[in-house]
Design a protein around this ligand. Structure first.
Ligand SMILES: [Zn+2]
Length: 216
């Protein structure tokens, strides 16, 4: 991936604006109305839900544990004299949830490096080298293991419904009975496209069934 794309993705993470289903509804409500999280099929797929979805829990736990292992190995490498890591391990940043009052692992995914973490590390080592490495590890792991996987899932699902980039552009800002549509044929085409997608979602292929077929 190009460095400009990596930067764009990091900025979008920071401002919680990756293209989740809830985010897509803002531009394509007609298309995504009623859609739920592609992984569990139960909750609305908000930014926070991508990382706290039950279906991603074991993966995220693995990433979190590997992050702690990596951090400890870096600390041992840079300062073999440290013997007690309990203050570090007790930080709230290792919790996999969202919390309005405390920084959690979800905030690390966004790219935040909380002061409480840097304060502890500062006592022990040359901070910057470790922070850069840890930050990059979390970014690469959550991006590859959770976000990219989720995106290929959605892509496959959309393809099965005939939703292409071109079709999305056609449907963007579309509202029935507005004045933009001036030919009957155009109107008919747009209703057809929407109806067939809706039928697929609501009556044809059940989303959950589709997902289980895809994974089995
Ligand atoms: Zn979910």
């Amino acid at each position: 991936m190009s460095s400009s794309k990596v930067k764009a993705h990091k900025v979008h993470l920071l401002i919680e604006e990756i293209p989740t289903i809830e985010q897509m509804k803002k531009s394509f409500l007609d298309l995504y109305d009623g859609w739920k999280c592609p992984s569990c099929g139960l909750e609305d797929e908000t930014f926070d839900h991508v990382w706290t979805c039950d279906e991603h829990r074991s993966l995220l736990l693995k990433i979190k544990n590997n992050t702690i292992d990596l951090l400890l190995s870096l600390l041992i490498e840079y300062n073999p004299d440290i013997t007690d890591y309990s203050a570090l391990l007790m930080l709230n940043i290792w919790t996999i949830s969202t919390d309005p009052d405390n920084f959690t692992f979800v905030d690390l995914i966004k790219g935040f490096i909380p002061l409480e973490l840097t304060q502890i590390l500062n006592l022990w080592i040359q901070l910057l080298l470790v922070i850069i490495e840890i930050r990059q590890y979390i970014y690469e792991q959550t991006f590859k293991e959770i976000w990219i996987r989720r995106c290929s899932f959605i892509k496959e699902f959309e393809r099965s419904l005939g939703i292409t980039k071109k079709k999305k552009l056609t449907l963007k800002n579309f509202r029935p009975f507005n004045n933009i549509l001036n030919s009957d044929r155009e109107l008919e085409y747009k209703f057809d496209a929407l109806d067939s997608i809706r039928n697929n979602i609501y009556f044809g292929k059940n989303i959950i069934e589709f997902y289980s077929n895809l994974t089995s």
